[in-house]
Design a protein around this ligand. Sequence first.
Ligand code: CDP
Length: 224
Amino acid sequence: MPIPGVIAIDGPGASGKNTVGLILAQRLGYRFLDSGAMYRALTWQALQMAIDFADEALLERLAASMRIEVTAADLAHPHGGLLLDGADVTPQLHRPEVDAKVSLVAQISGVRRILVAQQRSIAAEDGIVVVGRDIGTVVLPEAGLKLYLDAGAPARARRRHAELLAGGDLIAYEEVLAALEQRDAIDSQRIGSPLRPAPDARIIATDQLTAAEVADLVLQPCQN
Ligand code: CDP
């Protein structure tokens, strides 16, 4: 099988999408786009401005006015960076207060319209791995390879908890599990672009696999 020019990876929080996506992008020499970072950047900006999260029209206007630039991975940003109106907000994107609100922001259809258009324009050129919730279903339904990574909530919460502890966030495991489950519920039950596998996606359970093992599994058919 030839290597597809566009690879879409979807799945719930901490299912391994970003790590697997980055490994694939590095191995193939592709660009990498974490679409979740865009929803997180908007949420961070709204928190800074103390915007009412019920004010959907205002959040949509904010999305339209923000200038988001996605930067390639470097030593300081091993997962790639994000500039918001020129300022590096990468370290703020995974703060607990962003986590708590991002799914509310992401369910606003006007916000999605604006960010999806930006994601499509970034992915217009081949040689890219794009990661998110609706990439295979809505953003890039023509992607040559679609993956849907999944794992049970406890396995995902353990991973996210370890990441947060490593970053110096002394948060309890139970709190991480509850926040993930709350986000899963909003993301999969929303009306527009809910989290679900595309009909032609390859579904991979990652509970027992490392990210490198998932990447091997995915690339195997391309090497034969
Ligand atoms: O890293 P994790 O998978 O936990 O989250 P993320 O990919 O950074 O996405 C954060 C949130 O943004 C998700 O919980 C969704 O609410 C939203 N999101 C979305 O709606 N559509 C996308 N394509 C990507 C993220």
